[in-house]
Design a protein around this ligand. Structure first.
Ligand SMILES: [Zn+2]
Length: 393
């Protein structure tokens, strides 16, 4: 009798093992896409002077467009969207202006459309429309658009960042500097993501070192409600790494936990600690170095984003600083404090194009709140990633 019960339990457990994961995956999917827009259609039409591609969604969507060279492509990302599985992935347009168009779930939150096209920047237009037969539409017009007045760019209102609960202190023990890069190949593929359109930006194969400012015994600046710079810089850096790895870059971090970077830890001098942060990109031969910081000032009204570079360093450092600063501003909506030359140790003692970005003022109550929110962290990381993608163009 007892044996039979044990067998029954074993059989039940065995069955659960195989049925539960499938059920759980389904539930997760439903939860994950709730609130997101479903991309329900891709329509292509060609007229004498242009090809029009319309992407239909079941609700209003935003978009981000970029054009890439060699081979020439127009890339449009639709954030907070998922691709209906019913849709065809590839569209052979073969007009005078467009070769092929492809659509894919680029990452769990983003649908990406890639259009092969040789027309210049002035000859394509991307805009979004509300209403009509579906709730949200993104329209790509590609062709001879001189004198074309149809299609006005409509900027959808930016959603306000929602403040999230306060930062969890990072208290992982035995930290060590990251020696190994994280890159796509070492990552577990996400099963519901179509990797085909990943890594097509200029980021593929780039070596990038990210330096989350401060850490360990050095908290950096502290905001009016106690948010620490070292926590915000690490959260932004981790999200930035995720974005860059998804685009095919190899990413090194000077630190991955709440720690000093120097092996001497809290006993290291300031110079030893900063030199340890420079040794990592110098030794791994990074293509660029990006140090992430939050600004601070005695007057709580000070606010905005600044890009810094060392003027006697690599010629391209200024460009990198400028593009990252403007990427951050586009995402966060912060005020620009310009791109400035500086003498900061980490940009001076690194051998590659290097920048230090002061994302926002942690001493400013509203910027502290923004940078302590999940939305603020994500936008800051996206902005830096956009700037880096633009830099490698
Ligand atoms: Zn700092």
């Amino acid at each position: 009798m007892r044996r039979r019960i044990i067998r029954l339990i074993l059989v039940t457990l065995y069955m659960m093992l195989f049925t539960l994961p499938a059920f759980a995956a389904d539930t997760n999917f439903g939860q994950r896409v709730s609130g997101m827009a479903e991309v329900t259609g891709v329509r292509v039409s060609t007229e004498a002077n242009k090809t029009r591609i319309v992407i239909d969604a079941n609700k209003e969507v935003k978009f981000k467009a970029m054009s890439l060279g060699e081979p020439d492509r127009l890339v449009v990302d639709i954030p907070n969207a998922w691709l209906s599985p019913k849709l065809k992935k590839e569209y052979g347009v073969n007009s005078r202006f467009v070769g092929k168009a492809r659509v894919a779930q680029f990452n769990p939150q983003t649908v990406r459309i890639v259009v092969e096209s040789k027309v210049g920047k002035q000859n394509h237009k991307v805009f979004s429309l509300k209403g009509g037969p579906v709730a949200g539409r993104v329209v790509l017009d590609i062709g001879d658009l001189s004198g074309d007045t149809s299609g006005t760019k409509i900027d959808l209102p930016k959603s306000k960042p929602t403040p999230a609960p306060s930062t969890k202190p990072t208290t992982k023990p035995t930290p060590k500097p990251a020696a190994k890069p994280e890159s796509k190949s070492e990552n577990k593929p996400q099963d519901d993501v179509d990797g085909e359109l990943a890594g097509i930006t200029g980021l593929r194969g780039r070596k990038i070192t990210i330096d989350p400012g401060h850490g360990g015994s050095d908290s950096g600046a502290i905001g009016p409600t106690g948010v620490m710079e070292k926590s915000v810089t690490l959260r932004v850096a981790q999200e930035l790494r995720r974005l860059l790895v998804a685009e095919g870059a190899s990413v090194y971090m000077t630190r991955e936990t709440d720690t000093e970077v120097s092996p001497k830890g809290a006993d290291a001098s300031d110079i030893e600690e900063l030199q340890a942060r420079c040794d990592i990109p110098n030794q791994n031969g990074s293509d660029i170095f990006v140090s992430i910081h939050m600004d601070s000032f005695t007057n709580g009204a000070a606010k905005g984003t600044t890009g810094y570079y060392y003027s006697l360093g690599s010629k391209r450092s200024r460009e990198l600083a400028d593009k990252i600063r403007s990427g951050v501003i586009d995402q966060l909506g912060t005020q620009s404090r310009g791109t400035q030359s500086c003498n900061f140790y980490v940009v001076k003692h690194t051998d590659m194009p290097a920048t230090l970005v002061e994302v926002a003022f942690i001493s400013n109550p509203s910027e502290e709140r923004l940078m302590n929110s999940e939305a603020g962290i994500k936008k800051a990381a996206q902005g830096i990633a956009d700037g880096i993608a633009d830099f490698f163009g």
